[in-house]
Design a protein around this ligand. Structure first.
Ligand code: FA5
Length: 338
């Protein structure tokens, strides 16, 4: 038995000398000192040793086991340290190495929105914001669109409950403002709006800017003049504006506003579908009923209102063919607008 103990200890010594990693040392431990390891087998063999020698042999086996454990632990610690040093060296970060900064850019919608707001601020308009989660009352009823009104079909609405919805346009801020402020009123309201729409030119979430001006003696001519200034400063100074009769329950008369095509200058191209004009917004003279509903004397005051899609303006300005590109957050797309 003494000879066997010596043989196994020598064998482990030899294997440890050849080993080169923590994993190999682990294998050696399992092979000799594991539950069914070779050295552990010596202890199991004790039962076959004559009772008189059992104490002495048992002591020798235990001493050998302690020696093996120490040898293995020492070698393991050596390789663990070596491997950690190697790992640290490979993961070292050179903080002095400059890779440059990755600077973000303004989203095209934000860029266009800021430019348009600047134009209207220059014309004396104040910027206001309103809630995106709106009541049926402000989104429809105060604007002359009762529950059974066919105009509700013009906007596919996301309802949260029977009377709460995601606003379908920024127009509720018209009545909210007129109910809380007295004329003269000149505001622009940028913000997100929501409709159950989804194709290359319609997004379920998009951005509008509402404009409202209520003063004495306001007419369609004032509206046209403001929108001409907006079109020329947003596109080019040659941009023309035209009004077409339309219908909105909260304006009377109502107009759809087209601008001359920014791509072909009005000659007719693919973008304007050969017409030379592109529709950008809805507008009109504030319906006197809406003024009265908000406590404003419609005999003394009149106003104009307009609402356009910022996304569509950005598409026209930058030649973006699909509105969805602006909502995908693809860095390669966004980088172009630096
Ligand atoms: C309105 O939303 C009216 N509130 C505008 C208005 C305001 C009229 C004040 C009169 C007085 P309309 O549904 O046409 O109108 O939308 C206005 C603009 O929003 C459109 O001209 C278009 O540019 C944009 N738009 C409409 N639906 C979408 C959509 N799903 N995705 C992107 N842009 C859209």
């Amino acid at each position: 038995m003494t000879e066997k103990i010596k043989q196994l200890v020598d064998k482990v010594k030899e294997l440890l000398e050849k080993a080169s990693s923590v994993a190999e040392i682990g294998d050696i431990r399992v092979t000799f000192l594991g539950k069914s390891g070779e050295y552990t087998g010596l202890l199991r063999g004790l039962k076959d040793v004559a009772p008189a020698e059992r104490g002495t042999i048992g002591k020798l086996i235990n001493e050998g086991k302690v020696r093996l454990e120490n040898m293995i632990a020492e070698k393991e610690a050596y390789f663990r340290k070596k491997e950690e040093a190697k790992k640290l060296a490979s993961e070292k970060i050179d903080v002095t190495l400059s890779k440059g900064y990755l600077i973000g850019s303004t989203h095209p919608i934000t860029k266009v929105k800021n430019e348009i707001l600047d134009t209207f601020i220059g014309l004396g308009f104040a910027v206001k914001e309103g809630p995106e989660i709106e009541t049926d009352y402000y989104n429809f009823q105060t604007l002359g669109i009762p529950a059974d009104h066919p105009a509700r079909d013009m906007q596919d609405t996301f309802y949260i409950s029977e009377n709460i919805l995601l606003r379908t346009h920024t127009s509720p801020m018209q009545s909210r403002t007129m109910l809380s402020e007295k004329p003269p009123i000149r505001i622009v309201v940028p913000g997100k709006v929501y409709r159950a729409d989804d194709d290359a030119t319609h997004s379920p979430i998009f951005n509008q800017i509402e404009g409202l001006c209520v003063e004495e003696g306001i007419s369609l001519a004032h509206l046209k003049n403001m929108l001409e200034i907006f079109a020329k400063s947003t596109f080019t100074k040659d941009t023309k504006v035209r009004f077409r009769p339309s219908y909105f329950p909260f304006t009377e008369p109502s107009v759809e506003v087209d601008i001359s095509c920014s791509m072909c200058g009005g000659k007719g191209c693919r973008l304007c579908k050969g017409t030379g004009w592109i529709e950008v917004l809805g507008a009109g003279i504030v319906n006197p009923v809406v003024l009265e509903n908000c406590g404003i004397d419609s005999k003394k005051y009149s106003g104009f209102a307009f609402g356009f899609g910022i996304d569509r303006i950005a598409m026209l300005k930058y030649g973006i063919p699909d509105i969805r590109l602006m909502y995908e957050n693809d860095v390669n797309f966004l980088k172009q607008y630096k």
